[in-house]
Design a protein around this ligand. Structure first.
Ligand SMILES: Nc1ncnc2c1ncn2[C@@H]1O[C@H](COP(=O)(O)OP(=O)(O)O)[C@@H](O)[C@H]1O
Ligand SMILES: [Mg+2]
Ligand SMILES: [Zn+2]
Length: 362
């Protein structure tokens, strides 16, 4: 059997499987339960945060044999054909594909006909901002006078490019990027489902790199599984992602806490052999400062720092809160300015030196 990539194999097919986007889930669930769903919904958000998944879930909610529901059964014929991408009354249109005028006319002309198989006919238009002017005008007309039992689900990564006339006729849901902890949780259950062992810190590294996109996280996880020959370990993840070993970051933080300029500079220089991503190092250093600062003021421990607790405890003894806040600030400004630096290595080294140079009393 051909291998299905994780991102596709693990597409959420009910609201209960959806990760995050609670504000969207609860608004839609309420509307569905009260039987008051708007005839045009617009989903915005960056890639891989759930726009298409949510739209397909809504299609199931509206057409499930148990009746309009917020918890479709996933077993009846409409549910199953929607999950399989084969439901006649769910028309998926890709605004980004250079649809020929005739084919646009095809689906627009088709809007006036009632559903053939289900309760509702649903048009899911992805990257709707890319539609041609012709298609927009046709769409606008149908949005103004929506035929009964027709629902429009529009999705876009770029709502600014949508005409205000379209936006104003839709109920709009802005999806957010997913927090690291939620992506880690999801990857954890995916790997358990697949029967693959893992190290939590490896998933953390992947989640940080995925930048809020669940799809990117799962694609990276696929890569990691083949990269490490099935070993989802922290070391493999960091090697694959071009991150320096975690203890090198900790070591930098230690040298910074000792205010040892020559040792710090020497260590920073030796990192060059690893051809590291300096932006990433500053990002991780800033993250470490945040975790130390939080550790200093509370005993509550987040799951994602649990295995680094010993390090955090040790560093929180050696740092003053003042230094931490200053270093954090300098690290993030250093990241911002990295692209302006003579070269990334110089920008990175100077950022570290600046932390010590600006210390009160230095
Ligand atoms: N909120 C989410 N919860 C769970 N999985 C998600 C979520 N968002 C994205 N994914 C994963 O990423 C894949 C692509 O998601 P999709 O809904 O097509 O994203 P979008 O349309 O926003 O680009 C899904 O198949 C799923 O595996
Ligand atoms: Mg999509
Ligand atoms: Zn059903």
């Amino acid at each position: 059997m051909p291998y299905t990539v994780l991102a596709r194999a693990w597409r959420p097919t009910t609201f209960s499987e959806l990760v995050g986007q609670e504000h969207v889930r609860s608004a839609l669930t309420n509307a569905l339960e009260m039987g008051r769903l708007h005839h045009a919904l617009l989903f915005t958000g960056t890639r891989g945060v759930g726009k298409t998944s949510i739209a397909r879930i809504v299609a199931k909610c509206l057409n499930c044999d148990v009746g309009v529901t917020s918890a479709p059964c996933s077993n009846c014929s409409p549910c199953r054909s929607i999950d399989a991408g084969a439901f006649m009354d769910l028309v998926e249109v890709d605004g980004a594909s250079r649809t020929k005028v005739e084919s646009v006319r095809d689906w627009i002309d088709d809007v006036q006909f009632p559903p053939t198989q289900g309760r509702y006919k649903i048009y899911l238009i992805d990257e709707v901002h890319m539609l041609s002017t012709h298609a927009f005008n046709a769409l606008l007309k149908t949005l103004e006078e929506p035929p009964p039992n027709i629902i429009f689900l529009l999705a876009t990564t770029d709502p600014q490019k949508l005409p205000a006339t379209v936006i104003s006729r839709c109920l709009r849901f802005d999806l957010v990027q997913l927090p690291v902890a939620k992506m880690v949780d999801r990857m954890r259950s995916v790997l358990r489902g697949e029967g693959i062992a893992f190290e939590l810190a490896g998933l953390m590294a992947v989640a940080h790199t995925a930048d809020g996109s669940m799809r990117d996280a799962l694609s990276l996880l696929d890569q990691l599984i083949s990269f490490g020959d099935g070993q989802v370990s922290e070391a493999n993840a960091r090697a694959m992602l071009g991150m320096i070993p975690r203890d090198r970051i900790v070591h930098l933080a230690e040298l910074l806490s000792m205010h040892n300029v020559p040792a710090l500079l020497g260590d920073a220089r030796s990192l060059a052999d690893l051809a590291p991503n300096y932006d990433h190092i500053l990002h991780e250093l800033a993250g470490l400062f945040v975790n130390i600062a939080i550790r200093q003021v509370t005993d509550e421990v987040d799951d994602d720092v649990r295995d680094a607790l010993e390090v955090l405890d040790r560093l929180s003894q050696t740092y003053t809160a003042q230094d931490l806040h200053l270093y954090y600030q300098i690290a993030i400004i250093g990241r911002r300015d990295l692209s302006l630096a003579l070269d990334a290595q110089a920008g990175f080294e100077l950022t570290l030196l600046r932390m010590l140079a600006f210390r009160p009393g230095s």
